[in-house]
Design a protein. Structure first.
Length: 137
């Protein structure tokens, strides 16, 4: 699945989230295996406890409606139960948040006042704790 397919999948789930956040959260844990205007194939980890909820009729209907809004027509939807795979929206969002947090920590550690304290005073940087909003932005 290319970057364009994953971006389309995220857009579909966000569209669904605006309609029904609970149902959209099921699909945050789906692995998009194929996404286009004709066909969507989603994989769920064999151990994912809400996979059945995501595959049932009303959730599926809401997903089809969100995909129709994305593509202008309703694609077929296929679900697969598979071993653990990477590539879910939840994993991508977690990685993005971790990268932002790491970047914020790096900016603090490299700040001129911090480096001066280390060099001039022999200080040691043991931990960097971030307020939630700083970690996200």
């Amino acid at each position: 699945l290319g970057e364009g397919g994953f971006a389309a999948w995220r857009s579909i789930v966000e569209n669904l989230r605006a309609q029904n956040g609970r149902i959209a959260s099921f699909y945050d844990h789906a692995v998009p295996l194929h996404i286009d205007a004709d066909r969507i194939v989603l994989g769920f980890d064999a151990d994912y406890v809400f996979a059945e909820n995501a595959m049932e009729g009303s959730a599926r209907d809401l997903l089809i409606a969100a995909a129709r809004r994305q593509f202008g027509r309703a694609p077929s939807i296929t679900f697969e139960r598979a071993a653990s795979r990477s590539g879910t929206i939840a994993q991508a969002e977690s990685a993005e948040k971790r990268a932002k947090t790491d970047a914020a920590r790096h900016r603090i550690a490299e700040h001129p006042l911090v480096t001066a304290a280390i060099e001039l005073l022999g200080a040691e940087l043991k931990d960097v704790r971030l307020p939630q909003d700083l970690a996200e932005g």
